[in-house]
Design a protein around this ligand. Structure first.
Ligand code: PEP
Ligand code: MN
Length: 264
């Protein structure tokens, strides 16, 4: 099987190891710009940030919608990073397509066939998150719906699944991520932020995912996680992100130098 490389405005996912980083949600212009510059300096290649937020409660911050898309695009351009953001609804797909370089399909929408089909018709790469209750099979079928629509620029993202365990927000299925990568030619990345819901676990799970051989990581970064409007408990500071990025690079460098440990 020839592995696919997915180009996001020139950033090639599936070749080397790629970091996607940024806030959970775009909150304001100055903060987004500052985070963009700092994560870029720390090795991120793509900026993330939600403008349409799928929140569990209707009373939580729902995102800045088009204003958020505008800010994200501006911050990405200023920092020299392509941007990825979530499309929550087929009715927003064309709008998000105007601003984003990569379209994220969130965990809660992985079974939304009309939305999968819509992204399949589009000509921008898709970041397909695993449904929190989706089997590996169902996740890969969702990717197939996008591909059948004519869009093969797909990156899969493992973000944890629901189990009986409640100490972490979700349970990171690292084995599932590795198996997905064996089953389909698309790059597979891991989101340790949503997978654990705990900032102190983001570093260790990032190293574990890198050692397991996935193609990259998507990490939530915020200057003041305690003041974030969403996902406070799991966001890490730019400083912490820089340390994790350096640690992952060191690990991958060491593995590459040892034939017994080299990634498949
Ligand atoms: C996100 O990445 O912004 C997000 C909401 O993640 P998930 O869909 O995995 O919950
Ligand atoms: Mn989040």
């Amino acid at each position: 099987m020839t592995r696919k490389i997915v180009s996001v405005n020139g950033v090639r996912i599936g070749e080397g190891f790629v970091f996607i980083a940024g806030p959970c949600a775009v909150e304001d212009e100055a903060l987004t710009l500052e985070i963009a510059r700092e994560v870029r300096a720390a090795g991120a290649r793509i900026l993330r940030g939600g403008a349409f937020k799928p929140r569990t409660s209707p009373y939580s911050f729902q995102g800045l919608a088009e204003e958020g898309l505008r800010i994200l695009q501006m911050a990405g351009r200023a920092a020299g990073l392509p941007v990825v953001t979530e499309v929550m609804d087929t009715r927003h797909a064309a709008l998000v397509h105007e601003y984003a370089d990569m379209l994220q399909l969130g965990s809660r929408n992985m079974h939304n066939t009309p939305l999968l089909r819509e992204l399949g018709r589009m000509r921008k790469p898709v970041l397909l998150k695993r449904g929190m209750s989706a089997s590996l099979e169902e996740w890969l079928e969702a990717a197939e719906i996008v591909r059948a629509g004519g869009n093969e620029a797909i990156v899969l993202c493992e973000r944890g699944v629901r189990t009986f365990e409640t100490h972490t927000k979700n349970t990171l299925d690292l084995g599932g991520a590795v198996l997905a990568r064996e089953r389909v030619p698309y790059p597979v990345i891991v989101d340790p932020s949503h997978a654990t819901g705990r900032s102190e676990l983001v570093g260790p799970m990032s190293l574990a995912a890198a050692a397991a051989g996935v193609d990259g990581l998507m990490i939530e970064v915020h200057h003041r996680p305690d003041r974030a409007l969403s996902d406070k408990e799991q966001q890490i500071t730019p400083r912490m992100f820089a340390r994790i990025s350096a640690g992952v690079r060191e690990l991958l460098g060491g593995m590459a130098a040892d034939p017994a440990l080299a990634r498949p």
